[in-house]
Write a protein that binds this ligand. Sequence first.
Ligand code: AMP
Ligand code: MG
Length: 341
Amino acid sequence: MNRTSLLSVLLALSLLTGCAAHPDGSAEHAVTIFAMDTVMTITAYGSGSEAAVQEAASQVRALEGLLSVTSETSEIYAANHSGGAPVTVSDETALALASALSLCESTGGALDVTIYPVVRAWGFTTGNYRVPEADELSALLARVDHRAISLDGNTLTVPAGMQLDLGAAAKGWTGDQLIALLREAGIASAKLELGGNVQLLGSKPDGSPWRIAVRDPFGEGYVGVLEAADEAVVTSGGYERYFEADGETYWHILDPSTGRPARSGLASVTIVAESGALADGLSTALFVMGGAQAAEYWRSNGGFDFILVSEDGSVSITEGLEERFTLSGDWAEAELNIVRT
Ligand code: AMP
Ligand code: MG
């Protein structure tokens, strides 16, 4: 969905905050906002949930204010426009960046937070889509290398000409902060829907697991349903943002080794993990890697599960999801591979 259609969806929502009483007596409060370039809905249950969802929404705004790559008042913007001079950033920006940088490292640069000059050349942040020439891409790629970023405590240095973008990981990191905030407010059951990211605090109010649908990357509907609680379920896919030119589809997840949309044979990657920051960073990185390398990464690192939907229509899940993921509808007969250690 592009920005315009997202906005029209938002405008069509007559109620941006809502509440309801459940048969078991628990109150439900929800707030929907447009932030971090996507529609977000925060739903919490039980006493205190009304104030808690409002506080969570304010927290999203505050973190967006620090981490946005396009807002001229953000800390990331300041670092990107300092001409290579060190800047002092808040603890939040430092922690969000440190978490993303460690995933850049562990994924061997499949995730690279310095890819922004290339993302911008394709028009993915502005909507002015174009296919850059090979020369232009190689010149821009010379400015892409997460290892050149220096973060020492709260001192951040982005070398001149380079630009940071936390777009692939910021929503997950933000989700983790919101879950902590809601938990501290005494909330035991909540669901965050932050674009393609779902983050869950506890189970549903009745104690049963949430049922999270994994979207069909090729059309409407969904591939299957995952039972989940107390964790993040984050999906990256080419369908989320793309344009077509000369009969080719170009999507927003780029391979930092080529500067071009990652064509690894995957149509979507869903990561299930306790940490939203990890799940978000890895959903993007494993999409770039492709199925074989993704399985290798999982075997070497662990700490998460995945659902990979391939362009050939097969689905691969790690063994930890075997008992709680079910293919559904048109996908019920799809080839399902279980990836084991
Ligand atoms: P996500 O939706 O989490 O997969 O993140 C995709 C967004 O991250 C894109 O819209 C780009 O802004 C940015 N991006 C694209 N490719 C990469 C990459 N390989 N590493 C880091 N960020 C990327
Ligand atoms: Mg991501």
